[in-house]
Write a protein that binds this ligand. Sequence first.
Ligand SMILES: *Cc1c(COP(=O)(O)O)cnc(C)c1O
Ligand code: SF4
Length: 335
Amino acid sequence: MISRSADWKHALATAVRDPADLLAELTLPDHLLDGARAAAGEFPLRVPRDFLARMRQGDPDDPLLRQVLPCAEEDLEVPGFVADPVDDMRARRGPGVLQKYRGRALLVVTGACAVHCRYCFRRHFPYGAENAAQLGFGAALAWLAEAADISEVILSGGDPLMLDDERLADLIRQLSQIPHLKRLRVHTRVPIVLPGRVTDGLLAALTGTRLPCVMVVHANHAREIDNAVAGALQRMHRAGITLLNQAVLLAGVNDDVQVLAALSEALFAAEVLPYYLHMLDPVQGAAHFAVDDGRALALLDGLRGVLPGYLVPRLVREIPGADAKMPLTAVEKPD
Ligand SMILES: *Cc1c(COP(=O)(O)O)cnc(C)c1O
Ligand code: SF4
């Protein structure tokens, strides 16, 4: 396994960014290229070769590919699918700080990600203006120091593990000096798409603090968790990090009971418990990933029928203005 910082930075630098390269690498037909190029103009393609290597050759419907390949459907205007579906701008508390829920504040530490997920609810987020790393963390830390009711800080983005070990360790050191903070949470997809990022330096940064660390990773399909990923997750678990997963329910990727059950099993084998299964946020360009409520609830019922309760994720939706992520419940049918 790669574990030095030079290696993961090299892996990032050599990620596939040209749709033509992605199609060629996977021996996919050329007719996908025009749509991919057009959509990539809006939100660029980015996929590390490590993740690409887990996709099937010649299969345009591969569930991993579908998450990252720009396509013509992204250009469709669909009513209800908007630029900021979760009303992040209203939750802004300071430069790079969002608060929606009691006791928890989210820090947008960087706009960068190791992979670009086509369904991302932040695909239109104005990172230039809302990126604590770019501004320096001073103002965000000052806000947190004043916010005595915040007990948990969530490093998010973009992807916080795009920061190097020194910057992360420095940020975490400063957070640990804020007395009312009790927990550090990290929301990241990096250990899934680039397991080599889990270096000794990263483990030291995350565990060398008084703040217990909860990491919420993001995998949507069991095939994302190969041996290298499982190894990286197991190392973090052994280092004392609590590991959870959030997935997004995505048409053509994981909208199937067997697929979701296999994901939970693969996560558990890698020391990760399923946390949330999110309904797709209605972000412009992602309507082709939507699964309707009725099907989502039926899938959840199916999962309950085959898995122990602790491997069934909470099916939730973000409702702008609500005081928590809301569980999906059966719609009352009139008699
Ligand atoms: C989702 C989210 C959280 C975390 O919510 P939990 O239910 O605690 O996982 C915190 N802050 C913001 C702004 C969020 O969007
Ligand atoms: S890694 Fe997360 S924030 Fe980055 S594009 Fe994917 S879903 Fe969005």
